[in-house]
Design a protein around this ligand. Structure first.
Ligand code: NAD
Length: 439
């Protein structure tokens, strides 16, 4: 029987209770290519399938969405597989708090689509996917026993999905959690260095941002980073090394800020003698974006480019590592374009996080060409070339750079893997045929 309550509005824990009352531990929604709609594994969940089918905002013909409630600690976990033409769906697993199941579902749909675009634009032979886990407030998420149990169960979920999704680290997940996932599956990247993983991606990410900046400067025919002034928001794992690279490139001045006094003081000490100004800010202080400078580089949090900040930006280029910088991609992308500010799309320039761990299974070499080619100027999918292509098409068409980048990425994401073809879809078909949710 279909439930009377609105399942989408339930809190994630109330939704878990509903599932348990209905003896549902695993369930899925997959896109049925014959029926041309999303179908549900359980008729009790049909209203969710109907919601996905009618959604125009975040649903984008996702191939499959797979969920489970953990055996211990009642945690809702999932794998969102958006598109797998280029290869298995790849993207990190987010461990976060959600107000409702709808919020949870939307995050998974949106983030997995974003990974399809990031991976395709990077020329990686990976599809796009994302994992999502909701905090269960009844348990302490920092308790090592709770964490190791739920992440091991997440690894079991990966194993059950037979490789249509390969997970990685994301917000709320750390390197120890990745080791726990790895103990239960081979379908993960971003495992710790001492287990054969690729280690911290922040340095390559900072280098990727530098490559994006250089491409934007070249596009504007303004020479190089030499003599430029750059304002950096956030002096963390990416922002800190980025500032040092900017001085290596001959920047005339760097202005930076952070909410952490410690980060500010530490870097000031390290960069004594350089033309470096840094100050401590409150969380809602975006004055760094208003600095007189050539480039603004958001390297802290998302949604900082919006109708409250964009009118005050004086720089001609915005290029940084932070994810989802545009609060409203359509509105804010258009506004930046209208104002003649070059916005280097975040998912283009911050790709090195995923690039760094994408090919762990192929081993490591010094100055790895599989990584370096993204940072050089020659390769057609390098940050440099991709950036120039996006900026040129944006100028030609009058559309925002973010819109153009998504268009190019979307086209690339539909190319089939040269050896394995659209295998992720075949895996999903097999899972459905085998009654995956009964396992
Ligand atoms: P981090 O947590 O090490 O650094 C972020 C820094 O920003 C911290 O020092 C924090 O104190 C500061 N901060 C937070 N809010 C601020 C605010 N309102 N104003 C000024 N400073 C603020 O994170 P990170 O690894 O350096 O990543 C930075 C951004 O880049 C994040 O959005 C992350 O998702 C994104 N990103 C990182 C990588 C990577 O390889 N680390 C890859 C892709 C994308």
């Amino acid at each position: 029987m279909e439930p009377k309550e609105d399942l989408l509005n339930l809190s994630t824990q109330k939704f878990v209770e509903f599932l348990k009352d209905n003896s549902i531990r695993r369930f899925y929604f997959v896109y049925d290519r014959k029926k041309k709609k999303v179908v549900s594994s359980h008729k009790q969940l049909q209203q969710i399938a109907d919601f996905i089918n009618s959604d125009k905002r975040d649903f984008n013909f996702h191939e499959g969405m797979f969920f489970q409630v953990t055996k211990n600690y009642d945690t809702l976990q999932s794998a969102f597989v958006h598109r797998t033409n280029r290869g298995q769906a790849a993207g990190g697993v987010r461990y976060w708090s959600y107000n409702s199941f709808e919020e949870y579902l939307r995050d998974g749909l949106r983030l997995s689509k974003g990974m399809t675009h990031k991976n395709a634009l990077a020329g990686l032979w990976w599809g796009g996917g994302k994992g999502v886990m909701a905090y269960n407030p009844s348990y302490d998420k920092n308790d090592p026993e709770v964490r190791s149990s739920i992440y091991k169960e997440y690894g079991e979920l990966m194993t059950s999905l037979c490789g249509c999704y390969v997970t990685a680290e994301d917000v709320g997940t750390n390197v120890h959690d990745m080791a726990n996932i790895f103990s239960a599956t081979r379908f993960t990247t971003c495992i710790p260095f001492n287990l054969g993983g690729s280690g911290n991606p922040s340095i390559p990410t900072a280098r990727g941002v530098v490559a994006g900046m250089k491409a934007a400067i070249k596009f504007l025919k303004k020479g190089s980073l030499k003599g430029k002034t750059i304002a950096v928001q956030g002096m963390g794992n990416v922002g800190g090394p980025l500032i040092k690279y900017l001085f290596d490139e001959g920047a005339a001045k760097v202005i930076a800020c952070d909410v952490s006094t410690n980060n500010v003081e530490k870097l000031k000490e390290e960069l004594k003698g350089k033309s470096f100004e840094a100050y401590v800010v409150g969380f809602d202080d975006s004055s760094i974006l208003e600095q007189e400078c050539d480039i603004v580089s958001p390297c802290a949090t998302g949604a900082i480019l919006n109708d409250r900040t964009i009118p005050f930006i004086k720089a001609k280029i915005v290029c940084g590592a932070a994810n989802n910088q545009l609060e409203d991609p359509e509105r804010d992308g258009r506004d930046l374009h209208k104002r003649g500010i070059i916005y280097v799309p975040d998912f283009l320039t911050n790709r090195m996080g995923i690039v760094n761990c994408a090919n762990e299974q192929y081993g490591y070499v010094n100055n790895d060409p599989a990584i370096e080619m993204h940072l050089q100027t020659g390769w057609k999918h390098s940050i440099h070339q991709a950036c120039l292509a996006v900026l040129a098409e944006s100028k030609r068409s009058g559309q925002s750079t973010s819109k153009i980048a998504v268009k190019i990425a979307d086209k690339l994401s539909k190319e089939n893997h040269p050896i394995f073809g659209h295998r992720g879809q075949q895996i999903i078909d097999s899972l459905v045929e085998n009654g995956w949710f009964n396992e």
